[in-house]
Design a binder for this molecule. Structure first.
Ligand SMILES: [Zn+2]
Length: 415
């Protein structure tokens, strides 16, 4: 515990106070706090990383919350800088409009709208877009480019003011932000107040069942406060007068849920998918803190950790030079939990925002992929392991001159 962190003493979905520790990962610094190399190393403290399950509603969550002002201090992420995302949003906008049969001129509010990429696609389809984005510079640029954006955090007060100025929203969207919100009760109450009587709230978040089954444990870091499953969400929305009426499973972020929510008693008929998913979760014992699922999950992580560390130790003993591929938030969790900090010399990542930075806490330098030719590592440890195939395909030349890949997860493999 320290001054930038508060410890909640109740579940953020149901307010229950009976919760149980189900997974403890090694403490890490803020996972995405890469430091500009020019500034030089600065001390970055590690914070505990513990996952709890609420015994009342079954919601999995971090209860140690880092002050958002600290957590997002260096937030520089702009949607269009992320390759492929604009195409993803274009398809997403079309899919949602067709599925919900949204009428032309429907007001769509995107919470956490970033540079307005998604809303731009909705506007092309004839809807009216309104963004909410607390990063002032990004909000200003979005407004200038034709997507009206409020430079504020979304709160019930802002929801009331938007409803007064723009009318109720026929569609409210939120992508990859829901899991990062501490005050879900307040946020969703605001969504409800802004939503038209026949309106729909759509959000996408990674799915805790996929998290467990796909062993993407490195998706746990301090920004991700909630690890959602369907049954606790159903109950949570009902407590606020809302209904989760449809679901889609999508492959992003190691396995995600796209959730569709309306007012309780709204015009849309609930699809069987919601009840089916809830039933499967119950059969798997997913909302029980003492479930064997969690024991198995912890054991699988530890097995892979031992195998990877033994392999790294063997390679180091042979004098091999090892580079890590990937410099993202997930990388930080993986490096710290496995204890890889001293085993690799540097990281490689082609994201321009990560060039000439030092990794959080242990300050490994980050280079672009030309480093593979210049620095000639013998082995590349693929920390961004969900993209192993793409990375190996891109590094064909490295392979041809005898370089090897160490893939840490879901099973340790030296190729
Ligand atoms: Zn709860």
């Amino acid at each position: 515990m320290n001054d930038v962190m508060i410890h909640r003493d109740s579940c953020r979905l149901c307010g229950g106070r009976d919760y149980h520790l189900i997974l403890r990962l090694a403490p890490t610094p803020i996972a995405d706090a890469y430091v500009p190399a020019l500034e030089g190393p600065r001390k970055q403290e590690s914070h505990q990383l513990d996952l709890y399950l609420c015994a009342t509603c079954g919601h999995a969550q971090l209860l140690d919350v880092i002050d958002p002002a600290v957590l997002y201090r260096d937030y520089i992420y702009v949607t269009t800088s992320s390759m492929g995302l604009s195409d993803h949003f274009k398809g997403y906008a079309r899919h949602v409009v067709e599925k919900l049969k949204s009428a032309p001129r429907t007001l769509v509010v995107d919470i956490g709208s970033n540079d307005g990429t998604l809303l731009g696609h909705f506007q092309v389809l004839g809807l009216r877009g309104l963004g909410v984005e607390p990063a002032h510079e990004i909000a200003r640029a979005a407004t200038q480019s034709g997507v009206e954006t409020q430079p504020e955090f979304f709160t019930p007060r802002l929801a009331a003011s938007l409803r007064a100025s723009h009318g109720p929203a026929g569609l409210i969207t939120m992508n990859n932000l829901f899991a990062n919100i501490d005050d879900l009760q307040g946020t969703v109450a605001g969504v409800r107040d802004l939503l038209a009587p026949d309106g729909v709230f759509v959000f996408e978040t990674f799915y805790f069942l996929d998290y467990l089954q796909n062993l993407v444990f490195d998706f746990m870091y301090h920004e991700h406060l909630s690890y959602f499953t369907v049954r606790p969400l159903q109950r949570f929305f009902a407590s606020l007068g809302l209904e989760l009426f449809d679901l889609e499973r999508v492959s992003t972020k190691g396995g995600s849920l796209r959730c569709f929510v309306q007012h309780m008693g709204g015009p849309r008929v609930a699809t069987p998918v919601v009840a089916e998913r809830a039933a499967e979760e119950e059969a798997l014992d997913l909302q029980n803190p003492h479930s064997e699922l969690f024991q198995t999950f912890r054991a699988r992580i530890e097995t892979q950790r031992s195998l990877v560390m033994a392999e790294l130790a063997r390679l180091r003993a042979e004098g091999k030079r090892i580079a890590g591929y990937g410099a993202s938030a997930t990388t930080t969790t993986l490096i710290y939990h496995f204890g890889i900090t001293d085993q690799i010399d540097y990281l490689i990542d082609d994201n321009p925002a990560k060039q000439n930075t030092l990794s959080p806490g242990c300050h490994l330098p980050v280079h672009d992929s030309t480093a593979v030719t210049a620095l000639k590592p013998d082995v590349i440890l693929i920390l961004a392991w969900r993209y192993s195939d793409a990375i190996m395909a891109q590094q064909q030349a490295f392979r041809e001159r005898g370089g090897r890949f160490l893939i840490p997860l879901p099973e340790c493999r030296l190729i």
